[in-house]
Design a protein around this ligand. Structure first.
Ligand code: C2E
Ligand code: CA
Ligand code: CA
Ligand code: CA
Length: 280
């Protein structure tokens, strides 16, 4: 047992050191990436299930690394949150998204919306982010309802007055709020009636195994019924098959997002998609 323990010990230490090194390198690379503008925003369509039209786009950050190529946020968001770089990153994504939605409102449809992910860290650490965001919309001459902020359930569960204050400030200018990954965080639903939420995004894990006789369908139907009664709309995440789309549509789900419609796309490809959508 002792021998085994020593082995584990000697295995663990170097890997911890490597992990610390890896994180330090990543953190430094993130700083450079911000300076050298290596980030890109991709956009994934959010589709109205009733008529198939593209209503919104979710802005999703990518890192165009000079050596490693395109890196997904799963690899760097956590570290960006820990080091605080998420604040700058989030402001930049918001700025890009606002510029794009202005274009899309002009050339595609006047009620188009872009949704932006908001890390809980950003909510807690940056006391004034909303001022910059609201100011930016004003400067672009954009209505607040051009933008949806996606937050996670955990943020609301903390029940910090400061969170509610900021959500209320958003409301004042018409910015809408969506709960991301709904159903994965906490079982308490009390917060849903405490805050004025516009959209619930049903987490992909409930959609993945959706079948006519599955318990996941029961869960989705219940979420949709509850959301509608509370005045919210529902977006299903991770829709990959026609069957999933149809089950959700029949269940009354408002919108869908997923590879069935399109993967997250660079601006040019998203433009082409909208162009195509307008022709038919
Ligand atoms: P999320 O907000 O839940 O975003 C949806 C993720 O699901 C995206 O991954 C998207 O590419 C992926 N996805 C969409 N449709 C499908 C599908 O049909 N099947 C599958 N398997 N996946 C699908 P992505 O872009 O890698 O982003 C991962 C997470 O990183 C996001 O999850 C979000 O939490 C975070 N993130 C991305 N961009 C930002 C950002 O600008 N700021 C912050 N704070 N977080 C971000
Ligand atoms: Ca999201
Ligand atoms: Ca999500
Ligand atoms: Ca509402």
């Amino acid at each position: 047992a002792k021998h085994q323990g020593r082995n584990r010990f000697s295995y663990y230490l170097p890997s911890m050191r490597n992990e610390a090194k890896r994180r330090m390198r990543l953190s430094n690379d993130l700083r450079i990436a911000l300076e050298e503008q290596q980030f890109k925003v991709y956009y994934q369509p959010i589709v109205d299930l009733a008529d198939g039209s593209i209503r919104k786009a979710e802005a999703l950050i990518r890192w165009q690394h000079p050596e490693r190529g395109l890196i997904n946020p799963g690899e760097f968001i956590a570290i960006a949150e820990e080091t605080g770089r998420i604040v700058e990153m989030g402001d930049w994504v918001f700025q890009q998204a606002a510029l794009q939605v202005k274009r899309w409102r002009k050339c595609y449809r006047p009620d188009f919306q872009v949704s932006v992910n908001k890390s809980p860290v950003q909510f807690q650490n940056d006391e004034t982010f909303y001022k910059g965001w609201i100011e930016q919309l004003r400067r672009l001459g954009l209505n607040g309802n051009s933008v949806v902020i996606e937050i996670t359930e955990g943020l609301l569960l903390d029940n910090k007055p400061i969170v509610n204050d900021k959500l209320l400030l958003f409301r004042d200018v018409g910015i809408q709020v969506a709960i991301d990954d709904f159903g994965t965080g906490y079982s308490s639903l009390a917060y849903l009636k405490m805050y004025d939420i516009d959209y619930l995004k049903i987490d992909r894990s409930f959609i993945r195994n959706l079948r006519p006789d599955s318990s996941d369908l029961v869960v989705c139907e219940a979420i949709i019924a509850m959301a509608h009664k509370l005045g919210m709309k529902v977006i299903a995440e991770g829709v990959e098959t026609v069957e999933q789309r149809e089950l959700l549509r029949v269940a009354g789900c408002d919108c869908g997002q997923g590879y069935l419609f399109a993967k997250p796309l660079p601006v040019q490809a998203f433009d082409a998609l909208l162009h195509q959508a307008k022709q038919v």
